[in-house]
Design a protein around this ligand. Structure first.
Ligand code: ADP
Length: 252
């Protein structure tokens, strides 16, 4: 089943204080199926963040269409978009963004609390996710009392609490050392493989990208190349480096 469909998407940032307008994306067509694990790579300024912001409803496109599970999200009002994001999209932020004033279980359940879901239902979902991510024992602790790996797993659990159609991840290994990078990528791989979660990640990191099933390379706001994994992560990593050198420029 198709979870995300993008037709001829473009984004032009208007001129501001004398600066010229910028065409950040043009002619983007994409199709993502349930259970896919897609990585977006490209040089700095190629349009990765813009694409993630459009697909996750943070910003509006200039032209084109975006469908998530058959719902056209292109022309939603601000209020409709806020609801849609809360109900249908999961988001893993670069720095995981757990709120220090809330316990881990409160952090995980926040989207449902905002939606006024009844406490018993919320508790059932939190317990199921806490067991899946092996963080039951730290549910009542605060983020500053738990390890980096536990924070990562809590952040991914929070992204799944609303049973989203798709989980967006923004440079999840951006500020991490190699051990922590491996942990978070294994966590995303686990939700993809064991829960059939659809993951759409932006990254400049070939190691992180090697966990994906498909990688789409963008440059100058357009798709230049796509490669698919055959399941061998080392081999895929080498092909990612090759693809990077083919499209040219440092991917950062
Ligand atoms: P990436 O994430 O690949 O580094 P971005 O999506 O951030 O690329 O940027 C794509 C292009 O759009 C760049 O030329 C950038 O300068 C421009 N851009 C991004 N955000 C804005 C904005 N809010 N206003 C004007 N130009 C922007």
């Amino acid at each position: 089943m198709e979870v995300l469909k993008v037709n001829d998407l473009s984004k032009v940032y208007n001129s501001f204080k004398g600066a010229k307008e910028v065409t950040a994306l043009h002619g983007i067509n994409l199709s993502v199926r349930r259970g896919d694990f897609v990585g977006i790579m490209g040089p700095s300024g190629s349009g990765k963040t813009t694409l993630l912001n459009l697909l996750s409803g943070i910003d509006q496109c200039t032209s084109g269409e975006i469908f998530i599970e058959d719902k056209n999200i292109t022309n939603l009002s601000k209020e409709e978009m806020a609801l849609f994001r809360r109900h249908s999209v999961g988001y893993v932020f670069q720095d995981f963004n757990l709120l220090d004033s809330l316990t881990i279980s409160e952090n995980i359940s926040l989207p449902l609390i905002l939606d006024k879901i009844d406490p018993a239902t919320i508790n059932g979902k939190v317990q199921e996710l806490a067991a899946f991510f092996e963080i039951e024992h730290i549910q009542n602790k605060y983020p500053y009392h738990i390890s980096g790996g536990q924070k990562q797993r809590a952040a991914v659990a929070r992204a799944l609490i609303n049973d989203p159609a798709i989980v967006f991840a923004d440079e999840p290994t951006g500020n991490l050392d190699s051990k922590s990078s491996k942990n978070i990528m294994n966590t995303l791989k686990k939700i993809n493989e064991e829960r059939n979660s659809t993951v759409f990640m932006v990254s400049h990191d070939p190691f992180a990208a090697s966990f994906c099933k498909r990688i789409i390379f963008i440059k100058d706001g357009a798709i230049k190349m796509e490669i698919a994994s055959n399941g061998d992560r080392k081999e895929f990593f080498d092909r990612i480096l090759e693809a990077e050198s083919m499209i040219g420029g440092e991917l950062q």
